[in-house]
Design a protein around this ligand. Structure first.
Ligand code: NAI
Length: 443
């Protein structure tokens, strides 16, 4: 019987101790019990990549790695059975556990050696929108969040006060407030002082969504203006908050906002572009193909060809035949369009985006709480020469972006794709820098 760490060798090794899921291939469930730790409900292995806010505030959102031996063994159809404990009274080595560990047999129980704790204030700007509502729901349920401020316009699909009233009936410690800005009249910097003051994390799904046939670049100026209105208010009222941007085109909006943030003398480690949806999609598509849970790093940018999933860096991804990789790669790149088309002009990805944003948000809060956590994100970067903004694995810590991790070894296909995407991403970054050149934050 072999037991493996839930977080693997893909740069997640720096994460702090957390629940270790393990799998019994032989069909038997084995469990270790640890003196001094309160047992928690075991997470089914298949759910380890999904946030389960009620029972496992942060760690369940982390990707799960399977050992290479699992892939190599050809055992892909067995349903993993139970979560199991690896460590006794000490931090778990979150590196890829390649050695089998013998654990005593007992009832199925998992134990979390450490959990991040906190009472953070989070704001969702655009919180009454298509992404904003489910996103606010997920953040309001996060045990690290004690206050959730929702900001939206008076023209939102439902009034922000309604979203507030609705979420305020959900049990738990989170207090929910709302602020309404009148379209073309109110500015966040004038009206959002209460909402933003004291915020630790500001999540920004405010913006105009992409319509069928519309290129992300079409959105650039309008969404940059929307983002600027929010980010300049953050600079004034919560300059230490992490500001996480969903508003498209992320490849340009994030450089624009980060440059303006720096111009205002603030710390660029606080500005983050949320590219998590690409990771979530890559994981889903690989799991559908292989039957194995996985954690595919996705690097580059967050639009079209700039999205580069590194299938070779995950055991499940690496088990896929080379001739299937280009189509799978393209499916991840174009997955947003699948949703736009299916919604037939009535919006883009909202639910999967909210899920992905909450996963990133919880990683940030975990870092702020002193438990460094790794997720892919699009940030100011030096990991690839010539690309001053880049998505790769990022360790979130007490100050926001603590470390931008190198991209690691690439397959020949991935190397070629990196070369192809470089000029595209460079041009999109340049658009953002151009926007920032002639502007500055209002005070
Ligand atoms: P939506 O139109 O349903 O919601 C946007 C919300 O933002 C609306 O409620 C609107 O009133 C609000 N809003 C607009 N300007 C505002 C301002 N200045 N202050 C406060 N609130 C403001 O759109 P949806 O589908 O939620 O998408 C929002 C953004 O997210 C779009 O820019 C879209 O392109 C982007 N997006 C990003 C994805 C990603 O992976 N990064 C995926 C899907 C969408």
């Amino acid at each position: 019987m072999a037991f493996y760490g839930s977080v693997g060798a893909q740069g997640y090794a720096s994460m702090a101790p957390r629940t270790i899921a393990a799998t019994s291939y032989a069909g038997a469930t084995s469990v270790g019990t640890i003196p001094g730790y309160a047992p928690q409900v075991a997470q089914p292995f298949a759910y380890a990549g999904q946030p389960t806010y009620a029972a496992q505030p942060t760690y369940a959102a982390q990707p799960t790695y399977l050992p290479a031996t699992y892939a190599a063994s050809g055992i892909s159809s067995l349903a993993p059975r139970a979560a199991t404990v690896l460590s006794v009274g000490q931090p778990v080595n979150m590196g890829f556990v390649s050695q089998p560990v013998i654990a005593p047999v007992a009832a199925p129980v998992a134990v979390a050696p450490a959990e991040p704790e906190g009472n953070f204030k989070v704001c969702v700007v655009g919180g009454a929108g298509g992404i904003g509502q489910p996103f606010s729901l997920l953040m309001a349920q996060c045990p690290l969040v004690s206050e959730l401020a929702i900001i939206d316009l008076n023209v939102a699909m439902v009034p922000a006060e309604g979203v507030q009233a609705d979420l305020s009936h959900i049990e738990g410690k989170c207090k929910v407030t709302s602020t309404v800005l009148v379209l073309n009249e109110d500015k966040a910097i004038d009206k959002a002082a209460d909402a933003l003051t004291g915020c630790d994390l500001v999540l920004v799904p405010a913006g105009v969504p992409r319509k069928p046939g519309q290129d992300r670049k079409d959105l650039l100026n309008i969404n940059c203006d929307i983002a600027k209105g929010t980010v300049e208010a953050c600079a004034k009222y919560c300059p230490n908050a992490v500001v996480a941007l969903i508003v498209n085109p992320v490849n340009s909006v994030v450089p624009a906002m980060c440059e303006l943030w720096k111009k205002a003398g603030l710390d660029p480690r606080k500005i983050v572009g949320i590219s998590t949806l690409d990771v979530v999609r890559a994981n889903k598509f690989v799991q559908e193909l292989t039957g194995m849970p996985c954690s595919i790093p996705v690097i580059g940018g967050h639009a079209g060809k700039t999205i580069l999933p590194l299938f070779s860096q995950d055991p499940a991804g690496a088990s896929i035949a080379a001739d299937m990789i280009p189509a799978l790669d393209e499916r991840v790149q174009n997955a947003g369009t699948e949703v736009v088309k299916a919604k037939n002009g009535k919006g883009s990805a909202t639910l999967s985006m909210a899920y992905s944003g909450a996963r990133l948000g919880k990683a940030v809060l975990s870092g702020l709480a002193g438990v460094p956590t790794t997720e892919c994100a699009y940030v100011e970067s030096t990991v690839v020469p010539g690309l001053p903004y880049f998505a790769s694995k990022v360790v979130f810590g007490r100050d926001g972006v603590q470390e931008v991790l190198p991209i690691g070894a690439l397959s020949a296909h991935e190397q070629k794709r990196l070369e192809e995407l470089t000029p595209i991403l460079q041009a999109e970054i340049a658009d953002g820098l151009e926007y920032a050149k002639t502007r500055q934050f209002a005070k």
